[in-house]
Design a binder for this molecule. Sequence first.
Ligand code: SF4
Length: 442
Amino acid sequence: MTRHLLLNRSAGVAVPEPQRADDVTVQDGPRRVLKERGQREVFCGLTGIIWLHRKMQDAFFLVVGSRTCAHLIQSAAGVMVFAEPRFATAIMEERDLAGMADANEELDRVVDQLLARRPDIKLLFLVGSCPSEVIKLDLHRAAQRLSLKYAPALKIVNYSGSGIETTFTQGEDACLAALVAEAPESAPDAAPSLLVVGALPDIVEDQFRRLFAQLGIPKIDFFPPRRSGEIAAIGPNTRVLLAQPFLGDTAQKLAARGAVRLSAPFPFGAEGTTAWLKAAADAWRIPAPHFARVVESGRTRAKRALEGPRETLKGKRIFFFPDSQLEPSLARFVTQELGMIAVEVGTPYLNRDLAGPELDQLDPETRIVEGQDVDLQLDRCRAAKPDLIVCGLGLANPLEAEGFTTKWSIELVFSPVHGFDQAGDLAALFARPLVRQARLKV
Ligand code: SF4
């Protein structure tokens, strides 16, 4: 049986191609996408708590997990200092395996204790993980049971951050998809409103809010909101603009509520941000001259801020390992706006609907890879000898030891990088490792 197939979706033909067993190369429009299903090197979805808990000020994330889960979020978030942290782990140990009734009682007891100590919590996320004792626990029913007990003062929502089901940024997608159910129904005759979806730092959110208001869009909401009482009403009059490319499940849940997604590249750099804002402006039929006037100063600032990093990065070859699902968008940014050459763009999942506007702008020679087979990918990377490798923490150190220059992809998720005023900072994140490397050589 031939297991290595080149599938041409449109023509429906299959052509053998040398790859590893179970890998396939799919013809996606004009471009071939290699789909790998081997060993992966990515964080689990619990990681999203690190930025989500900063965004939602009256929410609390209770991970129902093991000591490993507790260590992950403690060490990942440990660099930050909080008076009152907004996350914790309810550790389900082996004794809970004796009976699920015990585990449910244990969970209820932990929630009771938490809420007695923290009456300021208005939205509680029960976050599932992968230990077997947690998988057996029905967190959805637990959330319903506890919601009845604490309603209406507290909303309780569950989602999974398990490493079996989610990678890294999928945790945010799972969280926001679950939160859609908490949004009220908008009135059938409500005026069209804009819903910007994806957790953004407050400062970036404020910049976008000002720009949309200057454009003349009357009602703008962000999802998730800063406070749980501010969840926007959703319905057929909602126009959704995704701020992050990894929100496929959330987009589907919003579509099921009748909301209409505006297709656009993502707001990275001068061009990405302009195109993203334009998608909203077009939906509100804002005249082109007015749009140009509103974006002009931000766009000019962004272009100017890119000039310095562009000098460092122009003509340099970059290789993306799959990590955050931001990879196609970032590849579009570094190639189109900084003159880099993308050799390979790996991404854990490729949602063609969401990533399409970015993929269409990448060089046809750039190899696009969905999923991962880390050994094969390392071989391709070594053979390509790129100037800069964007990868997870686990791969960065060994690759640096081999003499490669790397950028930790997690930084690109943690840092404020969206919009005109962050374009220079985003470019600097790519330029800095090369500048440092050049100094070391001197
Ligand atoms: S959810 Fe799974 S992968 Fe993530 S820290 Fe817990 S045990 Fe590890």
